[in-house]
Write a protein that binds this ligand. Structure first.
Ligand code: GDP
Ligand code: IMO
Ligand code: MG
Length: 430
């Protein structure tokens, strides 16, 4: 297998966890390159359901090595908890989980800062996961972040933490009327985490370069979705990392020239959690129906997801930005009961129709979707094993999506279980 990036092409929760788990059967390494425990990746196997937040979804395959790259922000409390949870379920991570010493850390003050900013009147509310992701990445960009490697130089760690904490405490007190944190408590807590994660910490860029030389297959696991990317997403309603396939290079130290294949994951409709523009969002009754049928509640925070029609303008932009060569469509079964299904093929913005996703927030908010309507298939697709056998209207719908995106569909998911997956070989690609 080649070196492949799997990237979400909408606003996250497209089903990346399921796709990664399936592809990991043919991989040697699965690597997370951005985000943190804001991610919630679900894998459903006969042995049960697993929700991964920081540990790559390849961990459920014994022979696969899993890497948390330099571009990820790590909350060590969450990481230790996740490792312990996996071990309890009989999934051993020893000797096959590797954590970058260059990755930045999330501290309790980042989590609190995240929530205080969200709740402050007059500040923009993003609807974050509250995991401290934005504040940790902003410390990284400000050059006041603390990295995994710093944990193992106690004098330096003490100095960095003390500097960062005194600045944060002052901001907390003066702007938010919050008392702040005591240094010693955090220092000793993080020394405990440092000991626990030490066996996993290494130079993951060098590890992956050795894997490249040995012609091992590497799978890069994107978190979030392209329209949550800090550069290409619906800014400011985005996360704080480089979600796109280019981020796989930045966030691991593997050059773009070593990446052979990019797979985009899309839901057969659209969802989004948190605030921000959503042109094709459903009205209340369809929202309730699809949310229930698709179990659209966040895998990390449990928040209800907003749902809407498939937006080909949004996804076409993602295909271009990421260089998507193949598409995995998920959750087709959720549309089984609809008589009519709409697809957005353009936006009417200030009287003009555009097929390119606009940069302007007001255009994203006020743009009126131009829809085409497709007849539904009114048939349970969750048991289908072959594309050929699918109802004609389902095939037509998928063919139209592929045509609008200009990319072949190579995988189709019709249920959450790994077995509810159709692989479209070359002659049957849509
Ligand atoms: P991720 O963040 O992209 O990995 O996606 P999530 O795990 O947050 O959300 C996807 C949800 O849809 C999970 O609950 C999956 O178990 C579920 N799922 C994935 N594929 C399908 C599918 O084809 N049909 C249905 N009904 N559920 C699916
Ligand atoms: P996976 O990997 C869906 C959203 C949040 C919020 C915005 C910023 O499971 O697809 P953050 O906490 O990152 O600062 O929040 O991004 N968000 C996600 N939405 N799936 C995710 O991850 C998400 N991670 C963050 O809801 O709108
Ligand atoms: Mg998710």
């Amino acid at each position: 297998m080649s070196n492949t990036v799997v990237v979400g092409a909408q606003w996250g929760d497209e089903g990346k966890g399921k796709v990664i788990d399936i592809l990991a059967k043919h991989a040697d390494y699965v690597v997370r390159y951005q985000g943190g425990n804001n991610a919630g990746h679900t894998v459903v196997k006969t042995s049960g359901e697993f929700i991964l937040h920081l540990v790559p979804s390849g961990i459920l395959h014994r022979g696969v090595r899993c890497v948390i790259g330099n571009g990820v922000v790590i909350d060590p409390e969450a990481l230790v908890g996740e490792i312990e949870g996996l071990e309890k379920r009989g999934i051993s991570v020893k000797g096959r989980l590797f954590v970058s010493e260059r990755a930045h850390l999330i501290f309790p003050y980042h989590r609190v800062y995240d929530r205080l900013r969200e709740d402050k009147k007059g500040f923009i509310k993003i609807g974050t996961t509250g995991r401290g992701i934005g504040p940790s990445y902003s410390d990284k960009a400000l050059r006041s972040g603390i990295r995994v490697v710093d944990l193992y130089e106690p004098a330096l760690f003490r100095e960095k933490l003390s500097r960062s904490l005194s600045e944060k405490n002052e901001i907390f007190r003066k702007i938010y009327g919050f008392k702040g944190f005591a240094f010693e408590e955090i220092f000793s807590e993080y020394q405990r985490y440092a000991k626990k994660i030490k066996p996993f910490v290494c130079d993951t860029a060098m590890l992956l370069h050795r894997a490249l030389r040995a012609r091992r297959a590497i799978l890069f696991e994107g978190a979030q979705g392209t329209h949550l990317d800090v550069d290409h997403g619906t800014y400011p309603f985005v996360t704080s990392s480089y979600v796109t396939s280019g981020g796989a290079s930045v966030g691991t130290g593997i050059p773009p020239t070593a990446i052979d294949r990019v797979i985009g994951v899309v839901k057969a409709y659209t969802t989004r959690v948190g605030e921000g523009p959503f042109p094709t969002e459903f009205g209340l009754s369809l929202m309730a129906e699809i949310r229930k049928k698709g179990k659209e509640f966040g895998a990390t925070t449990g928040r209800p997801r907003r749902c809407g029609w498939f937006d080909a303008v949004l996804v076409r932009y993602s295909c271009l930005i990421n260089g998507v060569q193949e598409i995995a469509v998920t959750k087709l079964d959720v549309l089984d009961t609809l008589k009519e299904i709409k697809v957005c093929v353009g936006y009417r913005v200030r009287g003009k129709i555009t097929r390119d996703f606009p940069a302007s927030l007001s255009a994203q908010e006020k743009g009126i979707p131009v829809y085409e309507t497709h007849a539904g298939w009114l048939c349970d697709t969750s048991g289908f094993k072959e594309f050929k056998a699918l109802p004609e209207n389902a095939k037509k719908y998928l063919k139209r999506l592929s045509q609008l995106l200009g990319v072949p569909i190579t995988m189709l998911s019709v249920g959450s279980h790994e077995k509810q997956t159709l692989h479209l070989n070359r002659s049957h690609r849509i």
